[in-house]
Design a protein around this ligand. Structure first.
Ligand SMILES: [Zn+2]
Length: 274
């Protein structure tokens, strides 16, 4: 099995403050330019990721989402980036369904993969709703517990979870152990923060890896947003200037596959069943 997976979260930039999501307004032309830059990085490094699409962003840029779906594997990243752990099961299911309908309508392709906003899926009841709505693969669980305040898995390999209404396949986010704490390094602010040599070394030594990059991670037009807490501001801006170069190097130095390719290559019967 190819053990390194690359994904892109396709969304207008979002930030979380106290479990509330703010979608940062951006000029359409800046967003489109950022997508084109991401697109050429993928082409130049021959990388075929899975795009997790935020449906409200897809509605603003349907022409881009259509293009993505013609070339790449896709999944849903919810409709509005609402923190899952703050939603009732009913509201979660409604939002999920709306996201799937929107993306399927734009692309004409079936959506069977999901990643929660900010890795905020915190309970198995939500996973049951994924199955209810035709999702077969989830990429939401993490041992970090950074935003949701709740660690949702300790397993660092693809596994299956037995739920009331079926079995879901899970590709968790990769972390490394830093003085007893689980720290991310494969996406978002973590990827921008760590020097490339550290990321390279951790990539080499991780038996399984799930990368997750946002367009906002390489957005050089990003500017300070007034009123945000300092920690959030730091997380938005840290390492932004060198992130694009770092990403190009990472994708050139290592081979990555999409979630769909990994799914096809895994012998699921041999993976743990919880
Ligand atoms: Zn997101």
């Amino acid at each position: 099995m190819q053990n390194r997976i690359f994904t892109v979260d396709f969304e207008l930039e979002t930030v979380s403050v106290n479990k509330k999501t703010l979608i940062i307004p951006q000029k359409d032309s800046d967003f489109e330019a950022c997508f084109e830059r991401m697109s050429s990085i993928l082409e130049n490094t021959n990388t075929y990721p899975t795009f997790f699409i935020l449906a409200s962003t897809a509605q603003k840029f349907p022409h881009i989402v259509k293009r993505i779906s013609e070339k790449y594997d896709i999944g849903t990243h919810s409709y509005n980036h609402t923190f899952v752990s703050t939603q009732s099961i009913k509201d979660f299911s409604k939002d999920l369904k709306q996201s799937i309908d929107t993306i399927q309508q734009i692309t004409g392709k079936k959506v069977n993969k999901y990643r929660s906003p900010d890795f905020s899926l915190s309970r198995y009841e939500y996973l049951e709703q994924l199955i209810e709505n035709g999702i077969e693969i989830d990429c939401s669980l993490t041992p970090i517990g950074h935003f949701s305040g709740q660690k949702t898995t300790n397993l660092q390999i693809p596994h299956r979870i037995h739920l009331k209404n079926g079995i879901i396949k899970e590709f968790p986010v990769t972390t490394f152990n830093f003085f007893g704490k689980n720290i991310g390094f494969t996406g978002g602010g973590y990827f921008r923060f760590f020097p490339y040599e550290v990321i390279k070394q951790l990539t080499k030594t991780s038996p399984y890896l799930m990368g997750y990059i946002h367009l906002g991670d390489i957005d050089l037009e990003k500017t300070k947003v007034e009123g945000l807490p300092l920690s959030v501001q730091f997380r938005r801006m840290v390492g932004i200037k060198s992130a694009e170069k770092k990403l190009k190097k990472w994708l050139s130095d290592f081979d990555f596959v999409s979630v769909e390719q990994a799914n096809n290559q895994i012998d699921w019967e041999k993976q743990p069943l919880l």
